[in-house]
Ligand binder design. Sequence first.
Ligand code: ADP
Length: 514
Amino acid sequence: MPVPPRTRPIELVERLRWGLPILIFLFVVFHQLFTLDWIDPLPTPLRFIAGLLVYGLIGPLMAWWVFTWIAAHLREQQRIEQQMREREQYLASITTASSDAIMSVDTCGCIQSWNQGAQTIFGWTADEILGQSMDVLVPAERQARGEPANILVTVAKRGAISHYETEWMRKDSRHLVVDVTSNVLTDATGQMIGSATIIRDITARKRAEEQVRELNRELEKRVDKRTRQLNIALQQLQGRADELERANEELTELDHLKSEFVSMVSHELRAPLTNINGSVELLVSDTGLEPGQRAMLHIIREQTQRLTRLVQGILNVSRIEAGRLTLHQEPLDVSYVLTRVAKNTRGAPPRDIEVDLPAYPLMAWADLDRVEEVLVNLVDNALKYSPPDTPVRLSGYNAAHQIVIAVSDNGIGIPPDQLERIFEKFHRLEQGDNRETYGHGLGLYIARGLVQALGGRMWAESMPGRGSTFYFTLPQAYASDGLPGASRPADGLLWPAATAPTPLDEAPSPRSAS
Ligand code: ADP
């Protein structure tokens, strides 16, 4: 709200003090000089009225107007002063209520005002501090550096300083970290009369910040330490990894040597074993032997056959692992192979093997000897791991361009967590019933290797105590795979019925037939 200059009515009154008598005097002179000529000839009553108008009315009217005008101005001034007093009151209460310290100092640095916040922060009451130098608020070492004077000079030069952080002091000499903002105070002429200063106590905030910094430093130290430890661990790991890599290379080399050695020894063993086998067979066929001699020859034959199977198995393993398996794949009549294996592999004492075949022919693209080897192994296992009075079944069927062959028994079964592990090399299950079953844990490993080499896969399903079924697949053979005279059947999948197997004993093996 614009405040009219306070001096105006007084100046006007000053002017009117001289102006009004002069004005009335001039008016009377004017009346005497210029109006008397036409008033004098008038009759007496009229002259009286004219004199009354000039001297009795105009003068008082002017005096009334002047005093009315002065009264109006005085009222206005009174109202403005009231308003200003209220405003000052309002500002004073804000200053008093502020939790920040608000003080004013004169140009010499003596404290002129001191609010409640200042009293709370510094512990000095207004009565104690008013008139004292602001130096009492500044610690000695800062006074020595001239800080209070510097603040005054800077405020005088720049008009203000804002958020200057420093350390001041309470009445009880306790140090405080404070944020000082100061503005210059001027009088009506613009002359500096001091400064108004707001001081905020930031001790707690600074302490918290320092604590956070300390925590950060601590954290960084820990992270550094951990990082160093991790680096050391990483280097050690790297060293271990290098060692392992070297060990692995050495092991691979050793494995290679071992495979070569095993292969060589097996070859060397095979020839004498074949000779022993042949000789034993000749001796067994001799009719003039004593029963005791014959029984001993049977034992020798059985054991050499076991040894031969083991050597063959080891040879197979080294061939599979070296990828040197030789295969003779051709169209193979699976029904024929199943029936033949069922007839020839019957265990001791001999058991009947059931064969379950579909009405349509099952032709696979495979190697007869390898498929027979796989089947003999699975049937052997089925016989070994099932009671003598339970059936063993062989079956085959066609599914999704594959020939699927299954060998099942009603034996001891295999726990679910072992269904994959039994295909590992040398892995045998603890039977837990003290029954000794002959084996090396190589059969399934070799069987799966052979099936995979033939392009199929092998897996097992089982219910412990109820029996197991071993499955393997072989690629299906088509007419176009090479049997003379055969044509692809209408559904494009199955071998023509004309090539169904002939009865077992008269049938030549499909390979020799082809
Ligand atoms: P093994 O010479 O020991 O028979 P295999 O590789 O042929 O070696 O078999 C591995 C293991 O799998 C066997 O020791 C046996 O515990 C388990 N096994 C294989 N076939 C069967 C089966 N039909 N029923 C139950 N267990 C089986």
